[in-house]
Design a protein around this ligand. Structure first.
Ligand code: ATP
Ligand code: MG
Length: 399
């Protein structure tokens, strides 16, 4: 066994010493068997949340109604979830109730795919009652039990299947795919936040193009904001090589392909419930991308956009135009770094200087004069120095 499991072994040992069962489960075991980088280690146990809390001094209730307690141990934190089954499903969404149980096999049975239904004990021994290892060997995404039933219980699993296609470059097995194609309308019931989480992971996965092809094939896009009836636009996105793109850059190029009216971009991103900060960033990228697609960067645009926007927009521009030479980007960034000012805060004069020099009270002229000065500094007409600016402004006012 290796890190991060090794550090977590004492957590399992403590649970076992207290008389409970405890295992590593979920994505961490799957990724370990795949020899992939492991993000977070999930633990399943027969102890109830109250029993877990009685063992570990530092815990946080993060989802106690679903049986999950966060345990702070060493420098790390672990999600420990009580073995459970899920009761009747309500509206094809979340289970109406969860029942805590003492049996690992039953817990593994409620999990979505066989590759995610494998447990591993503290010695590295694998418990795999649903043949998840074979699915991993064959690179297959396969529901645990009857796929139609499992997707009807929780329709989000269909999006999870497609996001795993993207992240793992696995195929969806035939039965699972048939059920998926049949039941996509159930996605109507799923909260947009949950769909977004899966969709964003899909966009960032290595095999995102294949995953989007499945989205189109199964018409999942009909249940995603702004993507209904947009097969051609999505197919256009598939032609781009977006390797190394950030989440926001992926959203930007998607929106570019969808050719959405400027004023509707925010509406769409709000529909997806993106955080305001991300919406603003994406908005900026698309704004400057449109500018860039029509003309070279002006000094003023470089100044207004700033370093990070320039870099991201150039990345998008290069991909859209199938350009491979990044020397141009470096040149632009150098040009940016050479600008005499980087923001209006850097201008060496203030409104009160102006009022004093011209012996005038405040008013719209102040803002106008400051903007004129800012532009002149950028154009190299005047040096960003208080005395020089004063001379220049006085000379201007005499002409
Ligand atoms: P990731 O690497 O993205 O964390 P993961 O497989 O660990 O992938 P999580 O969302 O962290 O995914 O869920 C942890 C585990 O919980 C899964 O491996 C799976 O066993 C189970 N699980 C998660 N969501 C569902 C679901 N909707 N239905 C059934 N089981 C689920
Ligand atoms: Mg996980």
């Amino acid at each position: 066994m290796k890190e991060p499991f090794l550090s977590a072994v004492p957590v399992l040992t403590q649970l076992e010493d207290a008389g409970y069962e405890a295992y590593f489960v979920g994505g961490s075991v799957r990724d370990y068997l795949l020899n992939k980088q492991i993000s977070d280690v999930d633990i399943a146990t027969s102890a109830t949340p109250e029993e877990v809390k009685a063992i570990f001094p530092k815990t946080v209730d993060i989802g106690i109604e679903h049986g999950t307690v966060l345990v702070l141990y060493g420098q790390k934190s672990y999600e420990i979830t009580t073995f459970r089954t899920e009761g009747d499903y309500q509206d094809f969404r979340r289970p109406k109730e969860v029942a805590f149980i003492r049996n690992l096999k039953e817990d593994l049975k409620r999990r979505d795919f066989t590759m995610n239904a494998i447990a591993m004990d503290k010695t590295g021994q694998v418990i795999d009652p649903y043949n998840g290892q074979e699915a991993i060997k064959n690179r297959l995404i396969q529901s645990v039990g009857n796929a139609e039933e499992r997707f009807s219980e929780d329709a989000l699993r269909m999006m999870r299947a497609v996001r795993f296609v993207s992240q793992l470059s696995f195929h969806i097995n035939e039965d699972t795919m048939t059920a998926l194609k049949k039941l996509t309308p159930l996605l109507r019931k799923i909260a947009i936040e949950r769909k977004r989480a899966e969709f964003e992971k899909l966009l960032l996965g290595e095999n995102w193009q294949e995953a989007l092809r499945i989205i189109l094939e199964a018409n999942i896009n009909a249940y995603l904001p702004g993507l209904k009836n947009k097969p051609l636009q999505i197919e256009r996105l598939l032609t781009y090589n977006c390797k190394g793109f950030t989440k926001e850059e992926m959203w930007s190029i998607l929106i570019f392909c969808l050719q959405i009216d400027k004023k509707n971009i925010e509406v769409l991103l709000r529909e997806w419930r993106l955080p305001v900060k991300e919406i603003k960033w994406i908005h900026q990228l698309i704004f400057y991308l449109e500018v860039r697609l029509h003309q070279e960067w002006s000094i003023y645009d470089l100044y207004k956009a700033g370093c990070s926007v320039i870099e991201a927009v150039e990345k998008l521009y290069h991909v859209i135009n199938d350009l491979h030479d990044s020397a141009g980007i470096q040149e632009l960034l150098e040009q940016y770094h050479k600008l005499p000012i980087k923001s209006s805060k850097d201008v060496a004069i203030t409104g009160s200087d102006l009022m004093q020099w011209f012996n005038r009270s405040g008013g719209p002229w102040l803002k106008e004069t400051l903007m004129k000065t800012e532009q002149a500094i950028l154009d190299g007409k005047v040096i960003n120095d208080k005395r020089k600016i004063k001379e220049w402004l006085l000379a201007c006012s005499q002409n």
